[in-house]
Design a protein around this ligand. Structure first.
Ligand code: GLN
Length: 260
């Protein structure tokens, strides 16, 4: 009799444990289902960039990282949106924004009068300077020595525009991005590369035998561009950007990538 009671108790206990496990699993399942079903889908914010422009945007494994990528993420977080970054050629960013393929363009992009005819810009979030990369043993010692030399640039960038205006289109070779332009300098296909100062420093740090000339070329403001018809998004993003500048987030991100 005693033995039987023990047996029954054991069986009851076993059933309780197994039942408990099942209940727990089932419980988890239903809670999973409710969490995936409940919240409304986040609206996506599609940003076009050219991720060959360190420290503003570049590839790190599968991810696109850098100052612009992080500021854009902070903006998306503030707006409750899901950031999606598209890596495209620099000269297809503005046409893509105009065609509403992308919601915005952010690529260390300089505000210019010419571009303002095609797109709108946010407030500026950073400054850039056009700089000149040469080989360490180059006879180009300053900006004054560039005349008549072969200049490498990234197609459609301000470096391209200024160099073509100041030194003649025939002296300017256009490349798809900064990395390819720097390769051309290393293999003596061009005598110098005109590109923004921070990418110039990054490229020099990553490649032997190059240096950045002390004399800066042109100073400029970086901003985010939008389709002229999408004033609503421009205002929202600009509002978030203003807050992120005011609370020091933007400067913190810049300082993370650009050491003083
Ligand atoms: N600041 C330059 C421009 O706007 C270069 C930008 C870039 O190459 N990503 O033209």
């Amino acid at each position: 009799m005693k033995k039987n009671i023990k047996k029954i108790l054991l069986v009851v206990l076993a059933i309780a444990i197994v039942g408990g496990i099942f209940a727990a699993c089932a419980g988890n399942k239903t809670s999973d289902e409710t969490t995936t079903a409940a919240p409304a889908e986040k609206e996506t914010l599609v940003m076009a960039t050219n991720a060959e422009f360190p420290p503003y945007e570049y590839h790190e494994g599968d991810a696109i990282v850098g100052i612009d990528a992080e500021i854009a993420q902070a903006i998306a977080d503030k707006l409750g949106m899901e950031l999606k970054i598209e890596d495209v050629a620099f000269d297809s960013i503005i046409p893509g924004v105009q065609a509403k393929k992308y919601d915005m363009g952010m690529a260390g992009m300089t505000v210019t009068e010419e571009r303002l005819k095609s797109v709108n810009f946010s407030d500026s979030y950073a400054k850039g300077v056009q700089a000149v990369i040469v080989k360490e043993d180059s006879d180009i010692k300053s900006i004054d020595d560039i005349k008549g030399k072969k200049i490498g640039v990234q197609t459609s960038t301000t470096g391209d525009i200024y160099a073509s205006d100041d030194y003649g289109e025939e002296n300017v070779t256009k490349f798809d991005n900064g990395a390819i332009a720097v390769q051309a300098l290393q293999s003596d296909k061009v005598d110098c590369v005109i590109i923004d100062n921070e990418p110039a420093k990054s490229y020099v740090a990553a490649n032997k035998g190059l240096k950045v000339l002390e004399t800066a070329y042109v100073e400029e403001d970086y901003a985010i561009c939008f389709n002229k018809e999408n004033k609503e998004l421009q205002d929202k993003v600009n509002g978030a950007l203003k807050e992120l500048i005011a609370d020091g987030t933007v400067q913190k991100i810049i300082d993370k990538y650009i050491k003083a």
